[in-house]
Design a protein around this ligand. Structure first.
Ligand SMILES: Cc1ncc(COP(=O)(O)O)c(C=O)c1O
Length: 396
């Protein structure tokens, strides 16, 4: 972050960090540098750029001015030194894990993980001999027991999808630091507006920028932020050589989306709070998982660690799988769709959709019951969202 930006609040940074105006034209909106390559004014200039003795662009897989603004903006919001942008959240996850781990290393992960991250861990284990284990991380004792002499990285999602269980980031980062282990946090569900793991002592933060960072459901992207030395290393290894880079137009959309991050997140949170309270009183709903409900088992941790409770709610229908299917088929305003973090309300039924290939017993062990519904509450008028849920629930 630039020195003058250090005094700014998060909403100001979301609008101004990383870009002032175009140096040549004064254009206030970020130009889209839709170019694959950059011409050198002399062979010496080209040679100096390749040698790293002169800054400047070479080729868009190695860096692009539109993408650089996005990277700088997210780094500023997450209070990190530097950032790297990727073509998807999974490209970001894989660049980080491949960049930090080698054969014989162990990575300790939170018990719930995004399915494709889990798939990547299995690929790393089977093909490259990187061990992993999962841990509930519900206290120092369970973490101590799970750590191994070859643990190099602790990898955490919090809140964990779909039960929204939380992991105490200050506790994890303190224990990791004492042992020289790096802590990586997938902050997708919160966005930097609601949770900043680096301020809590964690080292690296990544996002599926497809979600709240973009916010409008029109781009698939990922981003990683952290210490400059680690980001420089990833830029020259797993980003450059694997090549899952972000396109300039997508970076433009993300920068545009980020400008309204704060107002969107405030509305996602207030809408989700009202919807969660409505659902928790509904006769056809057994249980509601939302960190903002005082009945949520980790409400105190949520209040301490997060600056808002987020826009995702899960709830269990008492009528099980069939009720889930019936309700899902009745919604009108809420869109039957996976993903989360869009301005539109999205609703999905894990047992028939995202988690349907997982055997029922394994699903249960993950807390995914047959009637569980996940709702990513959008920023529409909350009364319209509740009316839609009411009419769909009446037929569930
Ligand atoms: C928590 C989390 N991490 C990572 C990803 C992967 O992101 P993408 O779909 O942008 O590759 C997702 C996608 O849903 C996610 O929910």
């Amino acid at each position: 972050m630039k020195e003058k930006e250090k005094k700014y609040g998060l909403n100001t940074l979301a609008i101004h960090a990383g870009y002032d105006k175009d140096k040549e034209t004064g254009a206030l909106a970020l130009p889209i540098y839709q170019t694959s390559t950059f011409a050198f004014s002399s062979v010496e200039e080209g040679a100096n750029r390749f040698a790293g003795v002169e800054s400047g662009y070479i080729y868009s897989r190695l860096g692009n001015p539109t993408v650089a603004v996005f990277e700088e903006k997210v780094a500023a919001l997450e209070k990190a030194d530097a950032g790297l942008a990727f073509s998807s959240g999974m490209a970001a996850v894989s660049a980080v894990l491949l960049g930090l781990l080698r054969t014989g290393d162990h990575i300790l992960c939170s018990k719930g993980l995004y399915g494709c991250t889990f798939g990547l861990l299995n690929l790393l284990k089977d093909r490259f001999g990187v061990e992993y284990s999962l841990c509930r991380m519900d206290g120092e004792a369970s973490l101590l027991e799970a750590l191994q002499p070859n643990t190099k990285v602790i990898y955490v999602e919090t809140p964990i999808n779909p039960t929204l269980e939380l992991v105490d980031l200050s506790m994890i980062s303190k224990m990791a630091k004492e042992r020289g282990i790096l802590t990586v946090v997938d902050n997708t569900f919160m966005s930097p507006y609601l949770q900043r793991p680096i301020e809590l002592g964690c080292d690296i933060v990544l996002h599926s920028a497809t979600k709240y960072i973009g916010g409008h459901g029109d781009v698939v992207a990922g981003v990683v932020v952290g210490p400059k030395d680690i980001m420089d290393n990833l830029r020259l290894t797993t980003q450059k050589d694997i090549g899952g880079i972000l396109a300039p137009f997508d970076a433009y959309l993300l920068v545009r989306g980020l400008k309204t991050l704060g107002v969107r997140m405030d509305r996602h949170c207030s809408n989700a709070q009202e919807v969660a309270e409505y659902l928790s009183k509904h006769s056809k709903v057994n249980k509601v998982y939302y960190p903002g409900l005082p009945s949520f088992s980790q409400y105190d941790l949520a209040t301490r660690q997060m600056e808002g409770y987020g826009g995702v709610i899960s709830f269990e229908l008492s009528g099980g799988f069939d009720a889930g299917v019936r309700m899902m088929n009745q919604v009108q305003l809420c869109k039957r769709a996976v993903s989360l973090g869009d301005v539109d309300t999205l609703i999905q039924h894990p047992a028939s959709m995202t988690h349907s290939v997982i055997p029922i017993d394994e699903r249960k062990a993950m807390g995914i019951t047959e009637g569980l519904i996940r709702l990513s509450v959008g920023i529409e008028d909350v009364s319209d969202i509740i009316d839609d849920l009411e009419q769909a629930l009446s037929k569930a």
